[in-house]
Design a protein around this ligand. Structure first.
Ligand code: SF4
Length: 219
């Protein structure tokens, strides 16, 4: 890129303006990509830590998160890049990928919060991120390469649309049905979405069996 930090070829996206006289204050407006935790889980303390670094070294504007997956720090000047990077790494954060590199892998929340997950998306994302550190930080490909991990075909990270390698969890076994639970749903004893909707009863045909892509169930 046109700007960066020592030892890294990616993670900073340089932006200079051609008409600084007309737009003073944004002569430089570089973006810093910070590698997100798998599934985008932060403690409030971690968010405060990031915000304090960015208040000190940048515009205080964040994009949470960019489509690559990274936490995006929007807008800083060239002289602030190294100090910002030093503060981030001192606290255990790292930059993400940019340019013709392995891009920061991302994943859906997976089994941390979602009942549909067919594998541990967060672990795969973390392991992939660790394995490709060199390729993420030092662009050596002819073009960018993205890996996204979705736990099921709902594909909440849009892996099909946005990744070069889309890892989608699918169920490979006989279908399993808890008939007692089906009866309880049908009778309204178990509320749809845990009671979080206006509907008192789950419409099993419309909301479940008719949505089965392989028509393996009927009601
Ligand atoms: S892709 Fe599937 S497993 Fe992942 S969060 Fe979305 S619904 Fe859940």
């Amino acid at each position: 890129g046109i700007v960066g930090v020592l030892g890294y070829g990616s993670g900073i996206i340089g932006r200079y303006i051609d008409i600084p006289d007309e737009f003073p204050g944004v002569e430089h407006f570089h973006t810093v990509r910070v590698n997100q935790p798998s599934g985008w889980f932060y403690t409030t303390a971690a968010l405060r830590e990031l915000c304090e670094i960015w208040d000190e070294h940048g515009s205080s504007i964040l994009n949470v998160h960019g489509s690559t997956g990274d936490m995006i720090f929007l807008g800083t000047t060239t002289d602030q890049l190294e100090p910002c990077f030093a503060k981030l790494t001192a606290k255990g954060w790292d930059l993400g990928g940019s340019g013709s590199a392995m891009r920061t892998p991302s994943c859906c929340v997976g089994k941390a919060r979602c009942e549909w997950s067919n594998y541990d998306t967060m672990d795969l994302c973390y392991q992939t991120t660790q394995n490709f550190q060199f390729e993420m930080h030092r662009p050596s490909f002819p073009y960018k390469f993205k890996v996204k991990c979705s736990g099921c075909p709902n594909d909440c990270v849009a892996a099909v649309a946005r990744a070069d390698m889309s890892v989608i969890g699918v169920w490979k076994d006989d279908i399993r049905i808890d008939q007692a639970a089906v009866k309880a749903y049908a009778a309204g004893e178990i509320k749809p979405a845990g009671g979080g909707t206006i509907y008192t009863k789950l419409d099993i045909k419309a909301d479940v069996t008719d949505l089965c892509p392989t028509i393996c169930m009927s009601y």
